[in-house]
Design a protein around this ligand. Structure first.
Ligand SMILES: [Zn+2]
Length: 227
Protein backbone atom coordinates (compact mmCIF):
# COMPACT_ATOMS: atom_id res chain seq x y z
CA UNK A 1 0.00 0.00 0.00
CA UNK A 2 2.80 2.39 0.93
CA UNK A 3 4.72 1.63 -2.28
CA UNK A 4 1.58 2.28 -4.27
CA UNK A 5 1.09 5.59 -2.49
CA UNK A 6 4.74 6.55 -2.92
CA UNK A 7 4.63 5.82 -6.65
CA UNK A 8 1.46 7.90 -7.06
CA UNK A 9 2.96 10.70 -5.00
CA UNK A 10 6.18 10.77 -7.06
CA UNK A 11 4.19 10.81 -10.29
CA UNK A 12 2.02 13.62 -8.92
CA UNK A 13 5.07 15.57 -7.72
CA UNK A 14 7.02 15.14 -10.94
CA UNK A 15 4.04 16.21 -12.99
CA UNK A 16 3.72 19.44 -11.08
CA UNK A 17 7.42 20.20 -10.66
CA UNK A 18 8.78 19.44 -14.12
CA UNK A 19 6.31 21.54 -16.05
CA UNK A 20 6.53 24.51 -13.63
CA UNK A 21 2.84 24.34 -12.93
CA UNK A 22 1.84 26.88 -10.31
CA UNK A 23 -0.67 26.33 -7.55
CA UNK A 24 -2.96 28.79 -9.34
CA UNK A 25 -2.72 26.67 -12.51
CA UNK A 26 -3.67 23.57 -10.52
CA UNK A 27 -6.66 25.37 -8.99
CA UNK A 28 -7.82 26.60 -12.39
CA UNK A 29 -7.45 23.13 -13.84
CA UNK A 30 -9.29 21.61 -10.87
CA UNK A 31 -12.24 23.96 -11.32
CA UNK A 32 -12.27 23.23 -15.04
CA UNK A 33 -12.48 19.52 -14.23
CA UNK A 34 -15.23 20.15 -11.67
CA UNK A 35 -17.39 22.04 -14.16
CA UNK A 36 -16.73 19.37 -16.80
CA UNK A 37 -18.01 16.52 -14.60
CA UNK A 38 -14.54 15.01 -14.41
CA UNK A 39 -14.38 13.08 -11.16
CA UNK A 40 -11.48 13.50 -8.82
CA UNK A 41 -8.74 10.95 -9.28
CA UNK A 42 -6.78 11.30 -6.09
CA UNK A 43 -3.60 9.22 -5.80
CA UNK A 44 -4.86 7.80 -2.52
CA UNK A 45 -8.27 7.22 -1.04
CA UNK A 46 -9.53 9.65 1.57
CA UNK A 47 -8.95 7.34 4.50
CA UNK A 48 -5.38 6.67 3.38
CA UNK A 49 -4.90 10.39 3.12
CA UNK A 50 -6.30 10.85 6.63
CA UNK A 51 -3.84 8.31 8.01
CA UNK A 52 -0.95 9.77 6.08
CA UNK A 53 -1.72 13.28 7.35
CA UNK A 54 -2.12 12.01 10.89
CA UNK A 55 1.42 10.65 10.70
CA UNK A 56 3.13 13.38 8.71
CA UNK A 57 1.02 16.42 9.58
CA UNK A 58 -0.71 18.85 7.29
CA UNK A 59 0.93 20.64 4.39
CA UNK A 60 -1.71 22.70 2.59
CA UNK A 61 -0.78 24.32 -0.71
CA UNK A 62 -3.24 27.21 -0.64
CA UNK A 63 -5.16 29.37 1.80
CA UNK A 64 -8.77 29.80 0.75
CA UNK A 65 -10.72 32.67 2.30
CA UNK A 66 -14.36 32.36 1.35
CA UNK A 67 -17.96 32.73 2.45
CA UNK A 68 -19.66 30.31 4.85
CA UNK A 69 -22.45 29.82 2.29
CA UNK A 70 -23.33 26.11 2.31
CA UNK A 71 -23.31 25.97 -1.48
CA UNK A 72 -19.55 26.46 -1.54
CA UNK A 73 -17.21 23.53 -0.92
CA UNK A 74 -13.63 24.54 -1.79
CA UNK A 75 -12.18 21.01 -2.03
CA UNK A 76 -14.96 19.97 -4.39
CA UNK A 77 -15.03 23.00 -6.64
CA UNK A 78 -11.26 22.83 -7.17
CA UNK A 79 -11.31 19.04 -7.50
CA UNK A 80 -8.85 18.89 -4.63
CA UNK A 81 -8.27 16.57 -1.69
CA UNK A 82 -8.51 16.73 2.05
CA UNK A 83 -5.43 18.52 3.33
CA UNK A 84 -4.86 20.59 0.20
CA UNK A 85 -6.31 23.82 1.60
CA UNK A 86 -6.15 25.85 4.78
CA UNK A 87 -9.63 27.35 4.79
CA UNK A 88 -11.03 30.43 6.51
CA UNK A 89 -14.77 30.85 6.15
CA UNK A 90 -17.06 33.57 7.46
CA UNK A 91 -20.31 35.05 6.16
CA UNK A 92 -19.30 37.47 3.40
CA UNK A 93 -15.67 36.24 3.82
CA UNK A 94 -15.09 39.10 6.23
CA UNK A 95 -11.82 38.92 8.12
CA UNK A 96 -11.17 40.28 11.59
CA UNK A 97 -8.33 39.74 14.04
CA UNK A 98 -8.99 36.02 14.54
CA UNK A 99 -9.20 35.27 10.83
CA UNK A 100 -6.10 37.35 10.11
CA UNK A 101 -4.25 35.37 12.78
CA UNK A 102 -5.31 32.12 11.11
CA UNK A 103 -4.03 33.33 7.73
CA UNK A 104 -0.75 34.49 9.26
CA UNK A 105 -0.36 31.12 10.95
CA UNK A 106 -0.92 29.23 7.70
CA UNK A 107 1.61 31.33 5.80
CA UNK A 108 4.29 31.12 8.47
CA UNK A 109 3.81 27.42 9.34
CA UNK A 110 3.28 25.72 5.99
CA UNK A 111 4.41 25.89 2.38
CA UNK A 112 1.37 27.67 0.99
CA UNK A 113 2.27 30.00 -1.85
CA UNK A 114 -1.11 31.49 -2.64
CA UNK A 115 -4.06 33.03 -0.82
CA UNK A 116 -7.34 32.93 -2.71
CA UNK A 117 -10.09 35.31 -1.58
CA UNK A 118 -13.22 33.93 -3.17
CA UNK A 119 -16.54 35.73 -3.10
CA UNK A 120 -19.60 34.39 -4.86
CA UNK A 121 -22.77 35.27 -6.70
CA UNK A 122 -25.91 35.95 -4.70
CA UNK A 123 -24.03 36.34 -1.45
CA UNK A 124 -26.67 36.42 1.27
CA UNK A 125 -24.49 38.43 3.63
CA UNK A 126 -24.23 41.26 1.10
CA UNK A 127 -27.73 40.85 -0.27
CA UNK A 128 -29.36 41.17 3.14
CA UNK A 129 -27.36 44.32 3.83
CA UNK A 130 -28.60 45.86 0.57
CA UNK A 131 -32.21 44.74 0.65
CA UNK A 132 -33.19 44.63 4.27
CA UNK A 133 -31.25 45.50 7.36
CA UNK A 134 -33.72 43.66 9.57
CA UNK A 135 -31.78 41.37 11.86
CA UNK A 136 -28.42 42.42 10.53
CA UNK A 137 -27.89 44.81 13.41
CA UNK A 138 -28.42 42.15 16.02
CA UNK A 139 -25.66 40.61 18.08
CA UNK A 140 -22.44 39.96 16.26
CA UNK A 141 -24.18 40.10 12.87
CA UNK A 142 -23.63 43.86 13.00
CA UNK A 143 -19.88 43.23 12.86
CA UNK A 144 -20.34 41.50 9.52
CA UNK A 145 -22.49 44.40 8.31
CA UNK A 146 -19.81 46.83 9.37
CA UNK A 147 -17.23 45.02 7.22
CA UNK A 148 -19.48 44.63 4.18
CA UNK A 149 -21.10 48.08 4.15
CA UNK A 150 -18.14 50.05 2.66
CA UNK A 151 -18.18 47.82 -0.43
CA UNK A 152 -21.93 48.43 -0.83
CA UNK A 153 -21.45 52.18 -0.45
CA UNK A 154 -18.70 52.20 -3.09
CA UNK A 155 -20.75 50.06 -5.45
CA UNK A 156 -23.79 52.33 -4.99
CA UNK A 157 -21.78 55.23 -6.42
CA UNK A 158 -21.11 53.25 -9.59
CA UNK A 159 -24.43 51.56 -10.25
CA UNK A 160 -28.10 52.47 -10.43
CA UNK A 161 -29.97 49.21 -10.02
CA UNK A 162 -30.04 46.52 -7.36
CA UNK A 163 -28.77 43.68 -9.56
CA UNK A 164 -25.63 45.55 -10.59
CA UNK A 165 -25.26 46.87 -7.06
CA UNK A 166 -25.14 43.36 -5.61
CA UNK A 167 -22.76 42.09 -8.26
CA UNK A 168 -20.40 45.03 -7.91
CA UNK A 169 -20.55 45.00 -4.11
CA UNK A 170 -19.63 41.29 -4.12
CA UNK A 171 -16.57 42.05 -6.22
CA UNK A 172 -15.53 45.09 -4.21
CA UNK A 173 -15.94 43.05 -1.06
CA UNK A 174 -13.36 40.61 -2.42
CA UNK A 175 -10.94 43.50 -2.85
CA UNK A 176 -11.78 44.75 0.62
CA UNK A 177 -10.78 41.39 2.10
CA UNK A 178 -7.66 41.22 -0.09
CA UNK A 179 -6.61 44.67 1.11
CA UNK A 180 -7.14 43.72 4.73
CA UNK A 181 -4.96 40.65 4.31
CA UNK A 182 -2.31 42.75 2.59
CA UNK A 183 -2.26 45.10 5.58
CA UNK A 184 -0.73 42.38 7.79
CA UNK A 185 2.81 43.26 8.84
CA UNK A 186 3.53 39.54 9.24
CA UNK A 187 2.50 38.81 5.65
CA UNK A 188 4.11 41.90 4.11
CA UNK A 189 7.58 40.39 3.55
CA UNK A 190 6.06 37.24 2.06
CA UNK A 191 3.99 39.31 -0.37
CA UNK A 192 6.80 41.72 -1.28
CA UNK A 193 9.25 38.89 -1.95
CA UNK A 194 6.72 37.07 -4.11
CA UNK A 195 6.67 34.07 -1.78
CA UNK A 196 2.93 34.51 -1.48
CA UNK A 197 0.50 35.87 -4.03
CA UNK A 198 -3.04 36.95 -3.21
CA UNK A 199 -5.66 36.38 -5.85
CA UNK A 200 -9.29 37.48 -5.82
CA UNK A 201 -11.95 35.26 -7.32
CA UNK A 202 -15.68 34.84 -7.62
CA UNK A 203 -17.63 31.60 -7.57
CA UNK A 204 -20.65 31.18 -9.83
CA UNK A 205 -23.41 29.64 -7.75
CA UNK A 206 -25.30 28.44 -10.82
CA UNK A 207 -22.34 27.33 -12.94
CA UNK A 208 -19.75 26.06 -10.45
CA UNK A 209 -17.21 28.17 -12.33
CA UNK A 210 -14.58 30.22 -10.52
CA UNK A 211 -13.60 33.50 -12.18
CA UNK A 212 -10.19 34.72 -11.08
CA UNK A 213 -9.42 38.43 -10.96
CA UNK A 214 -6.09 39.17 -12.57
CA UNK A 215 -4.99 42.33 -10.82
CA UNK A 216 -5.64 41.87 -7.15
CA UNK A 217 -2.10 42.72 -6.13
CA UNK A 218 -2.90 46.40 -6.59
CA UNK A 219 -6.64 46.03 -6.03
CA UNK A 220 -7.81 49.00 -8.08
CA UNK A 221 -11.44 50.02 -7.99
CA UNK A 222 -11.67 49.46 -11.73
CA UNK A 223 -10.38 46.08 -12.74
CA UNK A 224 -10.37 43.53 -15.50
CA UNK A 225 -11.55 40.01 -14.99
CA UNK A 226 -9.92 36.91 -16.36
CA UNK A 227 -10.89 33.27 -16.28
ZN1 LIG B 1 -21.94 34.60 0.83
Amino acid sequence: MFKKFLKAFIEFWNYHVEDNTTTLDILKEGNQQFTSYILHSAPVSNIDRVRQMATHGQNPQAVIVTCSDARISPERIFNAEMGDFFIIRTAGHVVGALEMGSIEYAVTHSSVDIIIVMGHENCGAIKSCIEDHKGTELGYIKDILHEVQPSIDKAAKETNNNFDLLERAEELNVYHTVNKIKSSTILKPYIESGKIIIVGAKYGIATGKVTFFDDTITCPINYNKTT
